[in-house]
Design a protein around this ligand. Structure first.
Ligand code: SAH
Length: 249
């Protein structure tokens, strides 16, 4: 439908209101007490989950919807060569500024995952796409593009929020209204994704679930933890391609 002016960002699978939401908050991306506090707090947990299933050192990684680079930098610090892509200009500027301060090298690009998949198919050992697919009009297109980006024998990681009454209560009412962990309007219930839906899309594009874990928040201790068997609200999956040898194109 619309062709954006920016190079590499031609694609209809983007909700401009979502991008504007993250753009507006971008200046506080690295403030550990700010709006992105939850991402900072879950980062060591999700990094641990990823590194447990695929040792990051020496790997070519693409971080899809990287935002201000919290996960991208952490993976680079574990020795991966990381490309971070996002369609938000402001989060990418913040990510680039932050890397100058931290000295951690990440190649940040303003590009859609669909465009990257056309340009660099089969180039990445690891594809991460965390807390992003619940913000796009067509999550299955993102899964398809991620499947194109991964090498045969590679690994993918997705995280999102489940859709059921409990996730509505916890992720929207609890997190945005009661505990105010996130700004109101961060998430829309109807865009949440059930693990069964995610796994159906994965199967459609030749990917299969290997491992999954929940991420739960305890308001009493104010801590997050990985909960292997409770994927009722936030969850993360490790997925691998079913094909081997040369990927067809
Ligand atoms: N993955 C990061 C940031 C999550 S916030 C992390 O977990 O730390 C969601 C990010 O998705 C924002 O940076 C937003 O700009 C980005 N985003 C939303 N829609 C997008 C799209 N269609 N293409 C690329 N990035 C998108």
């Amino acid at each position: 439908m619309t062709q954006t002016q920016e190079t590499g960002a031609t694609n209809a699978n983007v909700d401009r209101a979502e991008i504007a939401k993250f753009d507006a908050l971008a200046g506080r991306w690295w403030d550990r007490e700010g709006e992105f506090k939850p991402l900072h707090e879950i980062n060591p947990l999700r990094l641990g989950f990823i590194d447990q299933h695929v040792s990051l050192a020496g790997k070519q990684v693409i971080d899809v919807g990287c935002g201000g680079g919290i996960l991208s930098e952490a993976m680079a610090q574990r020795g991966a060569t990381v490309t971070g892509i996002d369609l938000g200009e402001a989060p990418l500027s913040v990510a680039r500024l932050h890397q100058m301060e931290s000295g951690v090298e990440v190649d940040y690009r303003h590009a859609s995952v669909e465009t990257m998949a056309e340009e660099r198919p089969g180039e990445f050992d690891v594809v991460t796409c965390l807390e992003m697919i619940e913000h796009v009009p067509d999550p299955s297109s993102v899964i398809q593009a991620c499947a194109k980006l991964v090498k045969p024998g590679g690994h993918l990681f997705f995280s999102t929020i489940n859709r059921n009454p409990k996730s509505y209560a916890f992720a929207i009412l609890g997190a945005e209204y009661v505990l105010r962990l996130l700004p109101r309007g961060t998430h829309e219930y109807r865009k949440f994704i059930k693990p069964s839906e995610l796994s159906a899309w994965c199967r459609e594009y030749g990917l299969e679930f290997r491992n999954q874990t929940g991420l739960t928040y305890n308001p009493l201790t104010q801590r997050y933890r990985l909960t292997a068997h409770d994927v009722s609200v936030n969850y993360m999956v490790h997925v691998t391609p079913t094909w081997t040898g040369d990927a067809d194109s």
